[in-house]
Design a protein around this ligand. Structure first.
Ligand SMILES: [Zn+2]
Length: 100
């Protein structure tokens, strides 16, 4: 009876080798390796990737907060938007926004 390629591969998978007096089943090793790769892929695509995209979206939201300060038009220092006078050069209307 001629041996098919599949039976040759199966025979190879069932073969054992000995490393440092330990029996090493090649088929079992390949089975464990494939199981590990499948579990790793599932964890990566269903846990790591969605978590990264969620964190990235959250980071993008935080990156553009509403400004609370502006730049004085006279001395070019940072001034609170609620300030009516510049704390550095004492100019009135440092942001040039108020009309009164
Ligand atoms: Zn100023």
């Amino acid at each position: 009876m001629p041996r098919s390629a599949a039976s040759l591969i199966l025979a190879r998978f069932r073969s054992r080798s000995t490393i440092n007096d330990s029996e090493f089943l090649i088929g079992d090793f390949i089975n464990q390796l494939l199981s590990f790769l499948i579990v790793a892929a599932v964890v990566f695509f269903f846990v790591v990737k969605p978590m990264n995209s969620l964190l990235e979206r959250q980071r993008r939201k935080e990156a553009t907060p509403d400004p609370t300060t502006g730049v004085c038009t006279f001395c070019k220092t940072e001034v609170s938007l609620e300030a009516t006078r510049c704390p550095n050069c004492t100019s009135e209307n440092p942001l040039g926004t108020a009309t009164a």
